[in-house]
Design a protein around this ligand. Structure first.
Ligand SMILES: [Zn+2]
Length: 186
C-alpha cells in the first residue's frame, strides 16, 4: 500500500485521479480551507478548516470506495434561543464514487445506495470537498432536541416563548437538509 501523506500538495493530487488513487489503495490526508465549503454558508459557519483522512480502494465488485473521516469545528445559531453554539463535527465517510448520474442510477437499482452513500464526482482531478461536504452538512444537528442532546441549554430569549414548538421545528434551518441535498443531485 502506498500512503499519500499530509505533505501532499494539491499540485501532486492533480496528477492523480480517483481511479489511480484506488488502484494504489492510497490514503489521503489533507487540510481543506473552510472557504472551499460553499454549501456551508447557509447552514453554519466553519471556524476551522476541515481535516480529512480518506482511504481509496476498489472492493471485490470493482466499485470505487472511499472510507474515512472529516473533522472540523462549526458555529451554528440555535433557532429557539439565538445563542451561537460551537460544535465539533466529525463525519464518518463511507461512500462509493460514481462518475455520472447514469452510473448513480444504475448503482441505485442494484441497491448500492442502501449499503453506502453514492457520491457523483467528476473524472478530473480528485476534490476531497466533493466527497465530504454533504456528509458534514448532514452531521449538523437538525432539531433543538439534537442540540440539547449535545449539551446545549436554551437561554430564555424571546423566541423561547410557549406555543411555538411546531413553528420552531418547521423553521429550523437544517430540517430536511438530506432531502434538499438529494434534490440538488437530481
Ligand atoms: Zn437554544
Amino acid at each position: 500500500m502506498i500512503a499519500v501523506h499530509s505533505a501532499l500538495s494539491v499540485f501532486s493530487l492533480n496528477s492523480q485521479n480517483y481511479i489511480s488513487l484506488a488502484k494504489r489503495e492510497a490514503k489521503v490526508e489533507q487540510n481543506l480551507s473552510a472557504g472551499a465549503f460553499q454549501k456551508f454558508a447557509d447552514s453554519g459557519e466553519l471556524i476551522t478548516g476541515v481535516t480529512v483522512s480518506l482511504a481509496f480502494y476498489f472492493d471485490d465488485q470493482r466499485k470505487l470506495n472511499v472510507d474515512g473521516t472529516a473533522k472540523t469545528k462549526a458555529r451554528i445559531i440555535c433557532f429557539r434561543c439565538n445563542q451561537s453554539i460551537m460544535l465539533d463535527l466529525c463525519s464518518e465517510i463511507s461512500s462509493i464514487l460514481v462518475f455520472s448520474e447514469e452510473e448513480a442510477v444504475k448503482a441505485t437499482k442494484v441497491g448500492e445506495h442502501l449499503r453506502k452513500e453514492l457520491v457523483v464526482v467528476s473524472k478530473n482531478e480528485p476534490d476531497m470537498v466533493d466527497i465530504v461536504e454533504d456528509e458534514l452538512l448532514l452531521s449538523l444537528p437538525q432539531s433543538v432536541e439534537q442540540l440539547e442532546f449535545l449539551g446545549h441549554k436554551c437561554g430564555s430569549g424571546k423566541n423561547a416563548s410557549k406555543g411555538e414548538t411546531g413553528l420552531i421545528e418547521r423553521q429550523f434551518p437544517f430540517a430536511g437538509l438530506r432531502d434538499k441535498i438529494e434534490a440538488s443531485k437530481e
